[in-house]
Design a protein around this ligand. Structure first.
Ligand code: 6YU
Length: 498
């Protein structure tokens, strides 16, 4: 029965493409990807602004070193610059937090000396490191990273900054507030108060200074797709429901019902839809419904929004060596919880602008980063409204009322119906068990010799590299390997031998 099993992969992001690649290489012939949109890549999405390549989704290879499969593939396809390939770049370890040379402007239009904010940066990074250490020992004093860091800042500032004058101390606390916003973006959460302290250290960083794809991240997907048989992906083919009730006496244990009514029979289905999609649609996506422990983990795990706002200027208003521009609000005290007024002050959540390398023909481009509910609200505004708020912000912080952006382009991941957010994190109350529940294949109650029918991949299913492209890629390979080992242990019915 299982000679050449039919395998359907739902979703053509990097996890789906990586699963298909592994299966095809192992000799499986009936592999098909069903992708809701008209393109492969999912959250890897490259676009252009003028003649400049911009990434709407994933930006960097996090930790580009030998151990990182995305780095190895990108190198194999010749997609990286020489600097990224150097041994020095691969071995520099910054613990997932690369240091960028900043320009700091304040809400009263002052430009600060970088040295002025260093004590805040040092304290914050020490506290982040402390936050990640609870994962081994347990016994964390607070439920969330936010509560822990805020309390420790309060204690430490009273002791360590007691001789600093009042206004400098207040500036340092405002800087801590900005660092919280930056961290929300990195983690993909609305607030660090929603990020679990006990599981924070579950995320593992790799050595290597983060690098980009000069020709765009999508080049990686294109190269991977070239190795797959043509026609393997059906585009514009959203899956509505996965019927996985194997008790019915049917030739194939799974039936995949598409939005357009097409019914596809399969032996196995690998589900790679984002956690945001699972959270919203699990009820209709699975029949019978998912087991309760899996469902609870889907609900507990965090999936937040991080968006980019690209802004183009005729000339640079920042220093030549500047890599990141930080707007520091002088009225924001870290230790007082802010109640956001989305309409009036969503822009206050914009944590920084990273500076894109200027090209000869094309000028000066910044990428603004904004996470959380403010980011989701920003998605509902028109380009003009977003551009208006960014213009006001830049004019106020530089004290220069003539600066005018030429145009903007932003991402809208929360309103993307197939993603519904940006990436996952371990929320308050979560442990790695929730990730394990999420990746556990179905049916869960079966004997060892029985095959699994529904498998789960995607960034949110990786126990320590969740939220990344390499985590997603490895999860796709993991689920393909699960099927490959099952069939290779069945000896003569191995597809590669049939
Ligand atoms: C990274 C980075 N990066 C920025 C932004 C975003 C993300 N990531 P996919 O969604 O790709 O594929 C699923 C497919 O399924 C998709 O095509 C759908 O259309 C389809 N689908 C859905 N429903 C369907 C249905 N019903 N039927 C059929 N098809 C359906 N990662 O490595 N470097 O710089 C960034 C960034 C704005 C949005 C990122 C980054 C995340 C990656 O993009 C993401 O993980 C993978 O692409 C997901 O691939 P996939 O296949 O799983 O899903 C301590 C601690 C902290 C923890 N975090 C620290 C790490 C920081 C992560 N940082 C990211 C930052 C940026 C800037």
């Amino acid at each position: 029965v299982f000679i050449n099993p039919k395998i359907v992969i739902v979703g053509g992001g990097i996890s789906g493409v990586a699963a298909a690649e592994s299966l095809v290489k192992a000799g499986f012939r009936h592999v098909r990807i069903l992708e809701a949109t008209q393109r492969s890549g999912g959250r890897i999405k490259t676009s252009t602004l003028g003649d400049k390549i911009v990434e709407i989704g994933a930006n960097w290879i996090h930790g580009p070193c030998e151990e990182n499969p995305v780095f190895r593939l990108a190198r194999q396809y010749g997609l990286l610059e020489e600097k990224a390939l150097s041994l020095e770049n691969q071995t520099t370890d910054v613990n997932g937090h690369p240091v960028f040379y900043p320009n700091v402007f304040t809400s009263s239009g002052r430009k600060l000396n970088v040295e002025d904010i260093i004590p805040a940066e040092e304290m914050f990074s020490e506290l982040l490191k402390e936050s990640s250490e609870f994962v081994n020992g347990g016994g964390e004093p607070f439920a969330s990273v936010g509560e822990f860091i805020r309390t420790r800042v309060q204690q430490r500032a009273a002791e360590e900054w007691k001789d600093i004058d009042k206004s400098t101390k207040s500036l340092l606390l405002c800087m801590i507030s900005t660092l919280f916003k930056l961290e929300c973006g990195i983690t993909g959460a609305h607030s660090m108060d929603e990020v679990g302290l006990g599981a924070y250290g579950q995320y593992k960083t790799l050595p290597g200074l983060d690098c980009t794809f000069p020709g765009g991240f999508e080049g990686l997907i294109r190269n991977m797709m070239e190795g797959l048989p043509s026609g393997l992906v059906s585009y514009n083919q959203p899956v509505h429901c996965i019927h996985w009730n194997a008790t019915e006496k049917k030739e194939n244990p799974v039936t995949i019902e598409c939005d357009d009514g097409e019914m596809i029979e399969a032996d196995h289905v690998i589900v790679t839809v984002p956690l945001g999609f699972l959270k919203k649609h699990h009820q209709t996506l699975f029949s019978p419904p998912l087991p309760l422990h899996k469902l609870h983990s889907i609900q507990r795990l965090g999936f937040g929004t991080n968006n980019k706002i690209f802004v183009e200027f005729d000339s640079a208003w920042w220093d030549a060596e500047c890599e990141v521009i930080i707007p520091l609000w002088e009225d924001e005290d870290t230790l007082v919880l802010q109640i956001p007024d989305l309409q009036r002050s969503w822009i206050k959540k914009l944590s920084c602008f990273t500076v894109l390398k200027p090209t000869k023909r094309f000028g000066h481009l910044l990428c603004g980063w904004i996470a959380g509910h403010e980011s989701e609200y920003m998605e509902t505004l028109s380009d003009q409204e977003v551009m208006g708020s960014v213009t006001q912000l830049v004019r106020r912080f530089t004290g220069n009322p003539t600066i005018t952006p030429k145009r903007i382009l932003r991402s809208q991941w929360f309103h993307d119906p197939w993603t519904l957010g940006s990436y996952s994190y371990l929320a308050k109350g979560c442990s790695v068990q929730d990730v394990e529940n999420l990746m556990e294949p179905l049916p869960t109650s079966r004997s060892q010799a029985q095959p699994v029918h529904v498998l789960f991949a995607g960034e949110a299913t990786h126990p320590c590299y969740y939220s990344t492209v390499h985590g997603a890629l490895l999860s796709g390979q993991r689920e393909a390997d699960r099927l490959i080992s099952y069939y290779s242990s069945r000896d003569s019915s191995s597809p590669a031998k049939s």
